[in-house]
Design a protein around this ligand. Structure first.
Ligand SMILES: [Zn+2]
Length: 394
């Protein structure tokens, strides 16, 4: 599809609702669940500000969440074991910098990578080179491709904007499974409030909802997911409550600046920049540059830039200027379209049919979304009363 047609499709998708944009960040009505206050400020701004003032202050104001204290607890928990903690790596900036920080703290992490068959060559090289330089062992889980292909196709056929959930859920489950296998208590994550505080649920839902994933797959495929890494809510409760496994977002303990992190990784670890956010995977690059904007009218840069605006590292004017350039302008959309269709074993005509099918959401399928909402409310009460760790999340 030509660039002008892509832009036209995005505009047509946006035209279905009365268009409105937040007066503080750049989130807009492409999130169908967005709410604005009397000053035109959106719900995402309020939540992100709350995260920054409550969650980040935990790490910066001292106490049990300070990095040195957490590192000491990780070392103590790793005594007599092969490693102190687990870290998921993708070859991207955030996870690589998180691994770099762990080594600086004198910790012994085991890196875990989920190979879903879509890695770019550069991502694989980045993982190999940086972990070798850091002296970190790597455990790679290579997915059963036929199983995974059937799951990815099921999500595309379901017409929901959650086509990355099969990868995100598998990584999430794999980290808990590997931590359990090695008897480890800490999972270190590269997710961070400085660059990722905003991501609407209507744009992506289901990372920890196996009921939703299973239901979509059963609706569109007869294949059994025998070896696909997954975890039910019951299993998650087992990992957290019985095994005592904790997740820790290490980048929240510093004033994380991605540009500075890139400089360090290039200079010290031989890491190579690959361009856009999460473009280490060919499927992710194509999904974010083509499927999401053209079919769903979603430009994920809005959430990313809005996070940076709230963190004070980008101005709203800068973000609006960058958004004027189409997300499809990576120059690789046509090439990726051919590659993705072929790898998923679909004709271009069949792929276009999927693109034209009416849009659905997670609310059209059986899921645990309502149960999770109730649990989150309960967890918030538990956190306020000091019964649960403040950074615990579903
Ligand atoms: Zn906003």
């Amino acid at each position: 599809m030509e660039h002008t047609n892509i832009m036209k499709s995005i505009e047509e998708t946006q035209a279905h609702t009365q268009y409105r944009i937040c007066s503080r960040c750049v989130m807009d009505t492409s999130d169908c669940e967005i709410v604005f206050d009397a000053n035109g400020v959106c719900n995402h701004c309020r939540r992100a500000e709350d995260l920054i003032t409550t969650r980040l202050s935990l790490y910066k104001s001292g106490g049990a969440y300070q990095i040195d204290q957490v590192a000491a607890r990780m070392k103590a928990s790793g005594k007599g074991k092969a490693y102190d903690c687990i870290i998921g790596v993708s070859g991207g900036v955030d996870s690589t910098y998180a691994a770099y920080m762990l080594k600086k703290l004198g910790l012994r992490p085991l890196a875990v990578h989920f190979d879903n068959g879509w890695n770019s060559e550069l991502a694989v090289k980045n993982i190999e080179v940086t972990l070798k330089t850091l002296g970190i062992d790597l455990h790679t889980h290579v997915v059963d491709w036929e199983e995974f292909r059937s799951l990815q196709l099921s999500f595309l056929k379901a017409s929901v904007p959650d086509a990355e959930i099969p990868t995100d859920h598998a990584i999430w489950a794999l980290l808990y499974q590997t931590a359990t296998r090695f008897g480890l208590q800490y999972i270190i994550s590269g997710t961070n409030i400085s660059t990722e505080s905003i991501l609407p649920q209507s744009w992506t839902y289901g990372v920890s909802d196996w009921t939703y994933i299973k239901n979509i797959h059963r609706t569109y495929s007869a294949k059994t997911l025998g070896s696909y890494p997954h975890a039910s809510l019951g299993k998650f409760i087992y990992y957290v409550m019985i095994r005592g496994i904790k997740t820790f977002s290490i980048l929240n303990t510093i004033d994380y600046n991605k540009d500075q992190a890139i400089e360090v990784l290039e200079r010290e670890l031989g890491w190579t920049n690959y361009g856009g956010k999460h473009h280490e995977s060919i499927y992710t690059r194509f999904f974010q540059s083509y499927i999401l904007p053209v079919k769903f009218g979603i430009d994920k840069r809005r959430a990313h830039f809005s996070s940076l605006i709230i963190a004070g590292t980008m101005t709203r004017a800068e973000a609006l200027c960058k958004l004027e350039t189409s997300i499809a302008d990576t120059g690789l959309v046509q090439e990726d379209l051919q590659y993705v269709s072929k790898k998923l074993d679909m004709s271009l005509a069949d792929f276009e049919k999927l693109m034209e099918a009416p849009v659905k959401s997670y609310t059209d399928f059986k899921s645990n979304a309502e149960l999770y909402r109730k649990l989150k409310r309960l967890m918030n009460v538990g956190k306020r009363w000091g019964l649960l760790p403040a950074q615990m999340g579903l």
